[in-house]
Ligand binder design. Structure first.
Ligand SMILES: [Zn+2]
Length: 349
């Protein structure tokens, strides 16, 4: 698939007015060289704010120690206390047990607790390292410490993926993690998620061939307003990667700090990036990445309202629960991590 072409241009898709106004227009604007100076938010070179520095969101309460959802739930088989109840009446009380249409009378039954539910067996907590990469490149400017810290060389990356594969790790999608936590869908024995923030073009040239070689997959969080810019993936590359097992998540249109944009603007950044990707790829985009890991309760609610099913932060950790799907922890990978050190780091969590 490398170097493959022949997909229809994006513009054949009829964009929504919102997307046209906010993404399409900006993509075109961003492609023009005159924007370097006068429009700070549209600068084509990443400002320091674009980097995903570790960032703890103070206003998201630390989760309480794990309490398995299924352990103490009362079974729902408790019959209705009223043996003469018709099926219609019963259905309003116990929708999960009245589907057969008739209720078996049980005079000795005591009323069941009103909180009785019939949940599917849900995984309470699961260990899935979500690794966070940015550039897969040799950092071009030794003086650029930020760029250096965000870069893993192709050589290091290949060694890491090779070793992870040999150790039995299998890359899954964020959708699989969601399905496991919500519906107890099975996961491979040593699941891992490989994420790549910002949508740099070196994912296509340097990371994707390695993932393909080892049969692993990746999830790329793209800044839709920068697609096609120098250093960033093009729409054609994104569409090609998507047909070959690479997943895409939204990472806003312009990579702002969503805590500071105001709710209206944040909602647009979140929604428009989702819509742009969905228009291009023709499938639902379920994962979101908070730019620079910055979020608060209001931002989380906007991401939920936009229809995402999960969101990743830059906070450190590998354990996940259903209730934390919108504040998923990750592990930052650096070029200093030799493959064995990376696995030790993962397994020490
Ligand atoms: Zn980012």
């Amino acid at each position: 698939m490398l170097g493959g072409r022949g997909r229809g241009p994006l513009l054949k898709v009829t964009p929504s007015p919102l997307w046209l106004a906010l993404s399409g227009g900006l993509i075109l604007l961003l492609s023009t060289p005159s924007l370097d100076g006068p429009h700070p938010p549209l600068s084509t070179t990443p400002s320091p704010a674009i980097t995903d520095s570790g960032y703890a969101a103070p206003d998201i309460e630390a989760p309480a120690p794990n309490t398995p959802l299924t352990a103490t739930t009362t079974p729902v088989a408790t019959p209705s206390p009223n043996p003469t109840t018709t099926s219609t009446d019963t259905m309003t009380l116990m929708p999960n047990t009245a589907k057969a249409g008739t209720v078996t009378p049980s005079p000795t039954a005591t009323p069941g607790p009103t909180t009785a539910v019939n949940p599917p067996p849900v995984a309470a907590r699961v260990k899935v390292p979500i690794l966070m990469y940015h550039y897969i490149r040799v950092n071009p400017d030794p003086a650029d410490r930020m760029g250096y810290n965000l870069s893993v060389t192709p050589e290091t990356f290949a060694a890491q993926v090779e070793y992870l594969t040999r150790q039995g790790y299998r890359a899954i999608s964020i959708g699989q993690l969601v399905a496991h936590l919500r519906e107890n869908q099975p996961l491979p024995p040593k699941p891992i998620i490989l994420t790549f923030d910002d949508g740099y073009r070196d994912f296509y040239t340097n990371a994707y061939p390695v993932l393909k070689r080892y049969g692993q997959k990746g999830t790329v969080f793209v800044i839709t307003g920068l697609i096609g810019n120098k250093e960033y993936l093009t729409w054609e590359q994104i569409m090609e990667l998507a047909t070959d097992g690479i997943d895409f998540g939204a990472h806003t249109v312009h990579h702002p700090d969503l805590q500071r944009t105001g709710e209206g603007q944040a909602a647009i950044e979140i929604k428009a990036s989702k819509e742009a990707l969905e228009l291009a790829l023709g499938k639902s985009i379920i994962a979101f990445g908070y730019p620079s890991g910055r979020y608060n309760d209001s931002v989380v609610n906007l991401v939920k309202a936009a229809g995402f099913q999960a969101a990743v932060t830059t906070q450190q950790g590998i354990w996940h629960r259903e209730r934390d799907l919108f504040i998923l922890n990750r592990l930052r990978v650096t070029n200093a991590m030799a493959p064995e050190a990376l696995v030790r780091y993962i397994e020490s969590q």
